[in-house]
Write a protein of this length. Structure first.
Length: 129
């Protein structure tokens, strides 16, 4: 716990990657392989250090994990699940419906098309432009 909030551990993010690859197989070649635990730890540290709401912190977590490429497969799916896990764990409401059509938004997040504040708004209200 830091600032009264529960943050994911590196091992938990790794477990989320295993889970998401088992539940949502997109490509035949999808497989769990860790490319960098240091990148996962760095994203979690950034989430801890930034001020703001749990939604902004979740946005930093989602953006960071999407872009870090810490896994061979499922980085965006893992980022989505980690963001949801963080918000719910800390008593918030994750307003993004589980809809495969949002994959395009996750791709745009990875590409840097949305600010952390826009992502936070999406998480808290379920809408993004």
């Amino acid at each position: 716990m830091h600032n009264g909030l529960g943050y994911p551990e590196v091992e938990e993010v790794i477990e989320l990657n295993i889970l998401v690859l088992g539940l949502i197989r997109v490509k035949k070649k999808d497989s769990h392989k860790i490319l960098s635990t240091a990148k996962i730890a760095s994203v979690i540290d950034e989430c801890r250090s930034i001020g703001g709401s749990i939604y902004l912190k979740a946005a930093v977590l989602m953006r960071g994990l999407s872009r870090a490429h810490a896994f061979a497969s499922g980085n965006r799916r893992t980022a989505f699940l980690a963001g949801k896990y963080f918000v719910v764990k800390n008593g918030g409401r994750f307003s993004i419906p589980d809809d495969p059509n949002y994959a395009v938004i996750l791709r745009r997040i990875r590409e840097g098309r949305y600010s952390d504040h826009e992502i936070a708004e999406w998480i808290s209200n379920g809408t993004i432009d």
